[in-house]
Ligand binder design. Structure first.
Ligand SMILES: Cc1cc2nc3c(=O)[nH]c(=O)nc-3n(C[C@H](O)[C@H](O)[C@H](O)COP(=O)(O)OP(=O)(O)OC[C@H]3O[C@@H](n4cnc5c(N)ncnc54)[C@H](O)[C@@H]3O)c2cc1C
Length: 537
């Protein structure tokens, strides 16, 4: 999918200085046609398209990746430039029509698919990735998919950004939520590299204007940049471009301005459910978590090892661990093996599979997580291992014979490391003392009649694990809240969150008050809102 011909080898439109680029109605920074390429016969720009009911294309935009939700927009504007975004936004606000922004459509909740949303501004055609010579930073349009982005960065410069494992997630929503992947233990999260963001906001007068906000200390819009370092999608305006460049690197060589990509040495192991006692399960998972308690401090050699432990439902037959280490890491394979020996020590169940192989970087770029379907997923961060009582609860739900789906799992992925070297308030992403991120899914299903079965399974599992803290991961010595990119509306529902701790404290902790101030300043009319949006101060 990545295509070097799309790489821009020249300077982009000059209208991108720090601060407000343009004020007033409908003025953006769309590149001129002549700026679309240097070769003869370059393709023309994508002109905006409006899709309305009655058009064959209309149905494809009613649902996003989670097909459990369907919207009823009057129109969908497929934008081809930031100007198109500003125009569509101005028109929708002027007509008092509720608007939502969609890039990759991978939101786990209904943020772009409620029936009261009357206009969708769709950004999937804004998908360029290139090195911006003027800013000395990599530029990313919001509709760029993770796989094509990583492919372009790797083929062009041998670099990468910490971004989702799913190849089809788009940077539009992804970076706004923080953006992490396996390599975040070594390189931090995506927003730790965010230099600037171009955003179309709507003022109190209802007029759109385009702002470029940077991390420079003297930028009058620095707070807007800060809100885009983990404040979550659909809150402040429409991002039409991100620029990333690792802070503190003094170089003009693009190949040094983002983390280097490394080929990987992988080890996988699986353990069969049929011979796994609760004691074995508990010991395996606890010892896995405890290895990361010992190996997740910023700068520790162990942060070179990443891991994803899929505690699949019994109907899958096995639980399985995938872990890896960069091939250039000295002693990396021994480190990797150290994890496996520590976690299996004293465990009686024997693995049914154990293999090692090399994975060239570009191959990891193509991980595809599957077609759209109905979903209800949940998440929580851990500062240390679950207790044996909590692990017993997980064992009980995973071996529940009344539910069956091989895709159902509790996935425990390693984070911490470099992520935790950043102060909590330096970015909007507050998760700076977690070591593990847990993802709960009942699998993906298609039949609406099965909604209750699937949703009850994952909701009851989560409620039971967190029964001592009101059904949700309220911060304490074990829990560290939840990650906004894995949005879960239940955290704002008193039926499922009985803790007395509001949803925003779980997602944003102490950073919420500042996000509210930014909201008040840059989105005074609350044009951008959804079930878990930041409320103005
Ligand atoms: C299969 C799968 C795997 C995932 N894996 C990971 C992972 O490994 N790591 C991780 O960190 N996250 C992961 N995620 C979560 C993902 O990062 C978020 O769901 C993200 O918000 C998706 O962005 P999107 O643009 O594809 O989605 P969308 O549904 O288009 O957008 C999500 C939210 O952001 C808003 N938004 C989108 N574009 C813009 C924009 N340009 N300006 C302003 N607001 C915008 C939308 O309005 C919406 O509120 C995964 C999600 C899925 C479904």
């Amino acid at each position: 999918m990545a295509d070097l011909s799309r790489r821009r080898l020249f300077t982009r439109a000059a209208a991108v200085g720090a601060g407000v680029v343009s004020t007033g109605a409908l003025v953006g920074t769309a590149p001129a046609v002549a700026d679309r390429g240097t070769r003869g016969g370059s393709p023309p720009p994508f002109n905006p398209v409006t899709v309305q009911p009655g058009d064959t294309r209309y149905e494809s935009f009613l649902r996003a990746h989670n097909t459990r939700f369907a919207g009823q927009p009057d129109r969908v504007t497929i934008a081809g430039s930031p100007n198109d975004v500003a125009e569509a936004l101005g028109r929708a606000v002027g007509a008092n029509r509720r608007v939502a922004i969609r890039s990759g459509g991978h939101c786990l909740e209904n943020f772009t698919t409620t029936p009261d949303i009357k206009e969708i501004i769709e950004l999937s055609q804004l998908k360029d990735v290139y090195f911006d010579e003027e800013r000395k930073a990599f530029a990313f349009e919001p509709g760029a998919m993770v796989a094509s982005t990583q492919g372009t960065l790797f083929k062009g410069w041998g670099v990468q950004i910490p971004s989702a494992g799913c190849s089809e997630v788009c940077l539009g929503g992804h970076i706004l939520g923080g953006g992490y992947n396996f390599y975040s233990r070594i390189h931090g999260i995506a927003v730790d590299h965010l230099y600037a963001v171009e955003v179309v906001v709507v003022g109190a007068d209802g007029q759109p204007r385009t702002i470029v906000a940077t991390r420079e200390a003297n930028d009058p819009n620095r707070d807007l940049w800060w809100a885009h370092t983990g404040g979550g999608g659909g809150n402040f305006g429409v991002v039409t471009k991100y620029w990333l460049r690792t802070p503190g690197v003094d170089s003009t060589d693009p190949s040094r301005l983002l983390p280097r990509a490394d080929n990987q040495r992988i080890r996988t192991m699986a353990w069969p459910w049929e011979s796994m006692s609760q004691q074995d399960f508990t010991t395996l998972v606890r010892q896995y978590c405890q290895w990361f308690e010992r190996n997740s401090a910023p700068g520790a050699q162990g942060v070179q090892v990443w891991a994803s432990f899929s505690l699949s439902h019994k109907s899958a037959g096995v639980i399985s661990l995938m872990a890896g280490v960069g091939k250039s890491v000295e002693g990396g394979e021994a480190l990797l093996d150290g994890l496996f020996s520590a976690m299996t020590s004293g465990v009686r169940v024997q693995p049914s599979a154990d293999s090692k192989y090399d994975l060239p970087w570009l191959d990891r770029d193509n991980w595809y997580w599957g077609a759209p379907g109905r979903q209800k997923d949940k998440t929580a961060d851990l500062r240390k291992s679950y207790t044996d009582e909590q692990l017993g609860t997980i064992y009980r739900h995973l071996s529940d014979e009344n539910f069956s789906d091989p895709g159902a799992q509790v996935n425990i992925a390693a984070i911490g490391g470099k992520i935790n070297s950043v102060p909590k308030n330096a970015t909007a992403s507050v998760h700076r003392d977690s070591i593990l991120r847990v993802y709960f899914t009942p699998g993906v299903w298609r039949d609406p009649a099965a909604d209750d079965t699937y949703m009850s399974w994952v909701r009851n599992l989560y409620r039971d694990i967190y029964r001592n803290t009101g059904g949700v991961p309220v911060h304490n010595d074990i829990n560290a809240g939840a990650y906004i990119n894995y949005a879960d509306n239940d955290l704002a529902d008193p039926a499922w969150n009985t803790s007395g701790t509001p949803w925003h404290a779980l997602y944003y902790g102490e950073n919420y008050a500042r996000l509210q101030q930014v909201k008040k300043r840059y989105d005074p009319r609350s044009v951008f809102r959804h079930a878990l949006s930041v409320k103005p101060a």
